[in-house]
Design a protein around this ligand. Sequence first.
Ligand SMILES: [Zn+2]
Length: 228
Amino acid sequence: MRKYVIMGVQGSGKGTQSALLANDLDLVHISVGDIFRWHVKSHTKLGAQVRRLVAAGELVGDDLVEEVVKDRLQQHDWNYGFIIDGFPRNRRQAEFFLESYDIDGVIHLDLPDEEVRRRVLARRLCSRCGMDYNLIAHRPEVEGRCDVCGGELVTRADDTPDALARRLRDYHTKIDPVVELFKGKEYVTSVDARAGKVSVQQTIRARLNLPPYEPAPRPDSAETRTDT
Ligand SMILES: [Zn+2]
């Protein structure tokens, strides 16, 4: 059984890298963001709570995140292990996590803030079908129009430079100390996330002593996708 934590700022490719590892190694990918999004979409009690916080311009508190993660891990459906993304969010949670679970490694996707800005501010979304685009890595064929449905491409409401600067500040304040704590216990492998998707994945595998990733041969290589 393998248990990993993956950490990295928005736009670092955390979701993509987790999925590649999870698929190949039969790990359960536990994404805190996905769990909350599911609750909001499914109109659960927790979802309503999250919706209220977001509407008030607040972030979901660390305690609520902890509760959700503990609950998720207690389902014990992870026979071959898990990769968790979005937790821990502070030193106390990190310490609890290390004591409770026998973690095999912490993958830290390292991406400079300027590259985060470049990637995130290039994101576009089809206003009609919701398809994601990225003006760096996945450009539409016709500028400003969705390849699939012809809908207008728009920027997400929270992808403004100001909002992103706030998220980056928040991330560094909270998460940098957690990474430091893991580093102190020699769990962390820091990977330069500026490289392409496949090369980042290969570096992760090599560092964790896992068999190399074998991408399925496809004409439109996924190598160029750099968003999460
Ligand atoms: Zn569309």
